[in-house]
Design a protein around this ligand. Structure first.
Ligand code: FES
Length: 98
């Protein structure tokens, strides 16, 4: 019997990862900007080995506004707007403490 090769990687174990759909809504550039601002903030506060804010294409939860999902909790967010930046930062902070 062949030995099963490990497929695990040495990627860092993240405290939180927020995937933001950057193709949602009538102004996808707003979603991309929101993601960029969150990413830059989180990189400064947490470093890239603890929290990531990742751009995603369709997450299968299309809304008229921006959709996102947080891991590891699997919490979904819908109807987001660029003005929800502080809300999402507080959600990320909560996720890191779970
Ligand atoms: S286009 Fe954003 S979730 Fe589908």
């Amino acid at each position: 019997m062949e030995e099963i090769e490990s497929k695990q990687s040495n990627a860092p174990k993240l405290k939180a990862q927020l995937f933001i759909c950057i193709t949602c809504g009538s102004k996808p550039e707003e979603a991309a900007l929101l993601r960029s601002e969150l990413k830059n903030h989180c990189r400064e506060v947490y470093g890239k080995d603890k929290v990531r804010v990742t751009a995603s294409k369709c997450l299968g939860q299309c809304q008229e506004a921006i959709s996102a999902v947080m891991y590891p909790s699997g919490t979904w967010y819908a109807h987001l707007k660029p003005s929800d930046k502080q809300f999402l930062l507080s959600e990320i902070e909560k996720e890191t403490k779970k």
